[in-house]
Every structure is written in C-alpha cells, then in structure tokens.
Design a protein around this ligand. Structure first.
Ligand SMILES: Cc1ncc(COP(=O)(O)O)c(C=O)c1O
Length: 467
C-alpha cells in the first residue's frame, strides 16, 4: 500500500493514491463472488465520473445509464440543483438529529411530499431505505388492524430484510435463509379472485403491491387497483402501494397508482428517487388514523423509530429532489419519453423472434424474451442456452449494449428473462434514440446463429457452471 497523504487536506489526492485497487479491495473485504461475476461478464469498467444521464470510464468512454443504480438516479447523477442545496447545507453547522426536538427540514419534506398524495394521506414516517419502508408498513398495518398476515404477489420484490423477504415472490432470494415471517401468503399478480379468496380469511393486515412490478415490469390491469381497494376495505385489510421504485414520477404520474382514478392506498412506501442519488432515504406515507394507532400516547411516541431517518442531509436531499422533479417537469418528461420509447421499442421488437413482450409504464419498461414459436435453429439455440443456465439469455442483449453501444442495462432479476430499462427521468429524446438504434442492432444480432453474441453468452454460461 502506498504512503498516504493526509486524507483531510486533499481527499481526492488521497484517493488518487489508491486508484486501481477497487476490485482487489472488494475481493478481499466486501464480496468476492460479486467481483467474479463483474469480471466474467466484463462489467468491471471502473467508472470514474457520473453526470446527468452518463457515466465515464477511465479511458474517457461515455456510457448512457439506463440502470440508474436500480432507479436511484432518477434525476440523473449529481444534479446541479440538488448538489447546490446539499453544499449549502454542508456549509452550515446544523444541529442535526438532536432527537429531543423537531427538525424543520423533516417537517418541510413531509409537507412537500404529501402535496402529491391523496388528501387523506398526510402523515410521513422517514427511514433509510426501501426495505425499511416495507418493514414499517408491515408493523403499522399489524398495529392498526390487530391482524398478522400479509398478502403479496408472485414475482414481487419488496426488499431483502427478514420481513420484506417474507413477501418476496421468488424462491431464489428466500432459499437458505430459514423461516421467515409467519402469515404471509402469495397470490398471482393481477388476479382479483385470488385476492378476494385470500382476503376472505380476514387474517391479513395488509395487501402489498407494486403497481408496476420491478422484477417483471408487469403493470396492474385497468380496474384492478380500484377493485383491490374495494375488496381490502370490505375485508378489513389495508392496501399498501410499494412505490419504492415506480413512485415519484417515474411512470408519468407522481405515484403509479394515480394512473387509475379514485385509487387511495392506506399506506404508500417510497424511497430511491427521493434520495436525489445522494443520501439514502425512505418515506412511508399514511393516514392519521393509522399513524395514531401506532403512536397513541406520549409513552408510545417513539415505539417505532430509527436513528438516522430524519437526518438533515437526507431531508435536504428529499426536499431538493421533490423540488427538481416539479421544477424541471420530470413527471411530464417521463410520461412523454416513456410513451415514445415503448412505442418505438415495440415496433423494433416485432422482427425479433425471441421477444415475447414489451411492457411497463413511463420510464419504467422492459423487454421480455421467450422460446421462439418458429425456426428449428432458433429453438435449438434457445434450448441449449437454457439447459446451461436459465435466465442468461438476456446477456445476449445486455453485453453488446454495454460493450458495443456503451449503454448500461441489466436483467431485471435472477432467473427471469426480462431486461428492465430505468433511465434517468431527465433523459432527452436524442438519448432515447441512441438507446433505440442500439436495441435495433442487438436484437437483429440474436438471429445470427452461430454468431458472436451467442458464442460469448454460451461461454459465460459454461463458466458460471464450472465456477
Ligand atoms: C419495489 C421495491 N420495493 C422495495 C425495495 C427495497 O429497497 P432497498 O433496496 O432500498 O431496501 C426495492 C428495491 O429495489 C424495490 O424495487
């Protein structure tokens, strides 16, 4: 290890001395399996700069970021207005997290957030991550209803802590982590009959749903949420909208459930975009009636709380993000460019026999793949790859998107055939066109069998088996 300059005098000079050590450090101290995966698919790019919709590697190559840290960089990276607000905050000696006092910043952030929710949803609990919003929703719902159970959907993703993991619609994430929360019940997505059956047991405190699913980009059908809300009310279960990923403008409305008139969840969970890409933050928005069940006396006024939830940096990042989303008309941009991107992608995909669907809402959309219906060679290639590794097909698209077209994406989850696109809500039409012409090229390449794309991915699949 080189001799260190003092870290505090010039932090970037100090960092410079350690340049090139990132993968080894992660290999030694953080997660070697992750580093192996990055190296195997050539995603070890070592990005050195991020601005707006773009990332740059050390060689000066510019990449379009359609992954946005799984939705965190909804405003793009290092948005100047968010940065300016946080820099101003840093230059003041704020009291911060006094605990036995009320922070103005938290109050203002709650006020600004609830401007965009139905009138009844006026109370906010701040926390540190998406999963913590779900843990909070579970506790609030249990406390308010006196019931235990939670209903969730197939393919759902609500986070990976023990409570939210109990609501994960994929065995992959749950396997080997032992028994999870009792009373959780999975139902198929978009199936009202199954929901009614589960609700009729009258044991569920909450039904938790992503209006646009993060792992599949499936959208609730028209009329589904309205009826789900009616059924939940009838059976005494709270409706929880998980808007951790799809909320705050991404789908072309402030909250995705607002695409359907009259829908009013009892609890809304949101996070990711609220951070401005700078400071982790989550918010649970609910009704006074529900919040008052939890904090029903002075004695119980901190019965659910956390250490960092209302910290000044997070609250300022939330305020700044809400301000920018409104001021820069990002909800409108997400609606307009999302519609354009999806319409064009559907047209482009028509000629690719592997594409089974293009779906989503606003700037949260995905492309789904399936075994081709025709063509012996195509079917054989698909089967061979799937025998090696189910779910690796997406890399035939993802790898050339990165290596040839300089566009960062990834599949939406493990063992699914969906590639999800989550560009910054600040994206321009020009950049959407960059993405679309790249997709045109890589989708055409899937039909070249044998060809470079298939060879590369088969090689990776084999290496993953032997690793
Ligand atoms: C819909 C949804 N809910 C909850 C979470 C969990 O959020 P976090 O990773 O911040 O815990 C995620 C994360 O991707 C998500 O997409």
């Amino acid at each position: 290890m080189p001799q260190d300059d003092a870290m505090h005098t010039d932090f970037f000079a100090w960092l410079e001395q350690h340049k090139g050590r990132e993968y080894d450090l992660h290999n030694d101290h953080i997660n070697p399996a992750f580093i192996k995966m990055l190296r195997t698919i050539g995603f070890d790019k070592g990005y050195v700069r991020g601005e707006g919709c773009y990332l740059w590697d050390a060689d000066g190559n510019k990449y379009l970021d359609m992954l946005t840290g799984w939705g965190v960089f909804a405003l793009g990276r290092n948005h100047p207005k968010v940065k300016a607000i946080l820099q101003q905050l840093m230059s003041h000696d704020m009291p911060n997290l006094v605990r036995m006092d009320a922070s103005l910043l938290a109050g203002l952030a709650a006020e600004m957030l609830t401007k965009h929710t139905p009138e009844n949803l006026s109370r906010v609990f701040f926390c540190n991550s998406g999963t913590e919003t779900i843990e909070t929703a579970i506790k609030f719902a249990r406390c308010a209803t006196g019931r235990q159970g939670v209903i969730y959907c197939d393919h759902a993703f609500h986070g990976l802590t023990t409570g939210s993991l109990s609501l994960n619609g994929s065995d992959f994430f749950r396997k080997r982590f032992g028994q999870l929360m009792p009373g959780s019940e999975m139902i198929p997505f978009n199936d009202l009959a199954a929901l009614e059956k589960a609700l009729s047991a009258k044991t569920a405190a909450a039904f938790i749903i992503e209006p646009v699913q993060g792992k599949t980009c499936e959208v609730v059908q028209d009329g589904y949420l309205e009826e789900a809300m009616r059924l939940c009310r009838k059976h005494g279960t709270l409706l929880v909208a998980d808007e951790v990923q799809c909320g705050l403008g991404r789908t072309g409305k402030w909250f995705a459930f607002q695409h359907w008139l009259g829908v009013e969840p009892d609890i809304i969970c949101t996070a990711k975009a609220l951070s401005g890409g700078y400071v982790p933050v989550g918010a649970v928005i609910t009704k006074p009636r529900i919040m008052d069940c939890v904090f029903d006396s002075m004695e119980r006024c901190v019965v659910h709380s956390n250490t960092f939830g209302q910290n000044d940096m997070a609250m300022a990042a939330a305020l700044a993000s809400l301000y920018v989303i409104e001021e820069d008309k990002l909800v409108e941009n997400a609606a307009k460019l999302g519609q354009y991107a999806m319409t064009r992608l559907k047209e482009i995909s028509k000629d690719c026999p592997f594409v089974s669907d293009v779906r989503g809402k606003g700037l949260m959309f995905g492309i789904d793949f399936a075994r081709p219906k025709e063509g012996v060679k195509l079917k054989m290639a698909w089967d061979m790859l799937h025998k090696l590794n189910f779910g690796v097909f997406g890399q035939i698209i993802v790898l050339p998107l990165l290596h040839k077209h300089k566009i960062l994406t990834q599949v939406a989850g493990y063992h699914v055939e969906v590639i999800k696109f989550l560009p910054p809500m600040t994206i321009t039409r020009e950049d959407v066109d960059w993405f679309l012409s790249a997709m045109d090229d890589v989708l055409a390449d899937t039909q070249r069998i044998p060809g470079a794309a298939w060879d590369t991915v088969s090689g990776i699949a084999k290496r993953m088996i032997t690793a």
